[in-house]
Design a protein around this ligand. Sequence first.
Ligand code: DMJ
Length: 601
Amino acid sequence: STFTHETRHIGKLTSRDSVRVESSGMGLRLSQKFVFLLFLSGLVTLCFGALFFLPDSVRLKRIFLSKTESQPVTKVAGGEALEDMTLSRSKTDSASKDEKVTSSSNQGANTDTSFDYNKFKKCLLKPPLGIEHGKPSDPQTLQRREKVKEMMKFAWDNYKSFAWGRNELRPLTRNGHIGNMFGGLRGASIVDSLDTLYIMGLMDEYNDAKEWVETSLDLNSNGEASLFEVNIRYVGGLLSAYYLTGEEMFKRKVMVLGEKLLPAFNTPTGIPRGVINLGSGTSWSWGWASAGSSILAEFGTLHLEFVHLSELSNNDIYTEKVMNIRKLLNKIEKPHGLYPNFLSPVSGNWVQHHVSIGGLGDSFYEYLIKSYLMSDKTDEEAKKMYYSALEAIEANLVQKSPGGLTYMAEWRGGILDHKMGHLACFSGGMVVIGADDGAPEKRQHYLDLAAEITHTCHESYSRSATKLGPEAFRFDGGAEATATRLSDRYYILRPEVIESYMYMWRLTHDPKYREWGWEAVEALEQHCRVEAGFSGIRDVYAQTVSHDNMQQSFFLSETLKYLYLLFSDDDLLPLEDWVFNTEAHPLPVVRKSFSLQKQVK
Ligand code: DMJ
């Protein structure tokens, strides 16, 4: 505002001065001419400086200022502008010496709305929904798929009846749950369901969901959100909905939301903190994370969504944020090549030496290989980091139990904890989708490892009374893929085991994966289906189940979607074109051909 005031003041002087000059004609003295020229050059400099403060949409600004000359500014809610501290001048300068990341543009994060959806679609190798929506020819598989669709409709209808607009359904008490993960955002189950409803052809339900997003998804919330959860569920859900349907409204919404997440990166290292106030942009670390640290699985699970935010906005700022994380993780020294779960966003050092492929670590590894696949196999750095991490995991964490089950243990400063979380069961799927792109001589080994892990996770299900798996299972004290602690016996409708069945099926076509998926459907129906929806259960080993009264949004987004895909033909969301984010929202491969077309444009 000081600047604006000065400009106005000088403006007045100018008009007064020009009157005086005109009246004196050409009879100016040398000293007067000098003062006049000095004044004129000052004025020109000021006008040029003022260009920086004009909105990006002003043509004059675009003519005079190229993208890279501008200052990095992050717009936040309410149109206020905050200096982007993440890439401070000195940091940007030193970074530019040894890496190819282009400097931030000064454009608000969302200036370009010209993403060409039709061109994008033409660059896909196959139609997203296949020839016949992935309808399987074999009648039994079709019947199973219909059953899964019915489960989705049942879960959705009950959510709609009793919890519409809330985040999740509480099926026993028949009301809604809001929780504190989404910073005041509502409708998590709606945003998480959009793509599942769409691919299942539940079009009335999809249209209701779309209308709610358009009219009622209020992004001006002012609460404390988990950056990770908002990213994987809301950003991921809206991105997928846009890419599948081409509805511009989803794109507009996701760009507004994406921009609100940027201030979380304003830390000395650019590693975001876990919690962000979506209104003010203030961010901080989880109280329970040691020494104000950030969590690997949280800051390491942004890459896919942020690359797409850059794609849609034509603004590199999102990609820069995640590449900065990547760069730090690539450079930092890793104990035995492993990535510990906690890192300080201030010093950029590891805070503890706890390594896990389950909770706190999991989707970081998943996003490495998926970043490579989503880049049309051009992101060599992600590829290298993934295969080196996998090598370290194999060398340090992969174990064989006395009973012959392969599992991934946890690692605490060199000491193994012989436990595997349900969350870690996604790794069967991860290893199989990366099997083809590793060293050729390792291909079969990766296929075997993926199959063994998936088999172990299936065992954790089949060794329980309900045929559903516990939250964590152990391989010590005589245990083999069973929970030994009471507190590990619950099942909250998680998808990871079924997710691995789906990928194993797609890549091997071994019919046992469809059988295992069907076992899970039957168990879900028998133990988790209640009168008004689906509920988690407190003890998978109890014959008479006790329900936890929660229908998690990821049940609609992931568990049921992966089951549906398991019983569909491979041309429904073909893996050549689509990569699923960690909440099972499909994101398209960024085709080289499409990027080239954009450059030409
Ligand atoms: C989901 O939100 C995601 O799959 C995440 O990666 C882990 N937790 C849940 C499902 O278990």
